[in-house]
Design a protein around this ligand. Sequence first.
Ligand SMILES: [Zn+2]
Ligand SMILES: [Zn+2]
Length: 99
Amino acid sequence: MDPVTLAVGGGLVLLGYLGGLLSRRKRTPEPPLTADCGCGHSLALHDPEAGTCHAQLERMTAHNKYAGTSYEQSQCPCRQYVGPRPIEEFLAPRYLPPA
Ligand SMILES: [Zn+2]
Ligand SMILES: [Zn+2]
């Protein structure tokens, strides 16, 4: 095998590897750079004092062929709790209740 064939072969392997990386990245989108709360909204939408989420949720309330689809705006029920926790929660492991 001459060096040119080796180089082409190596390049093809590299291309395949990069293509695999790209397609894999497409399947699993990268996480957003902003920190998100468990409710899925950005932490910036949360009240730093109360921890309540200010994001508006759209809830479908009705859907029929006469009235169409109507939505109801409601506030996200999340209450991001960032205050101090009871120390027991850190020390005592949580056991499942006996079945
Ligand atoms: Zn939240
Ligand atoms: Zn939220």
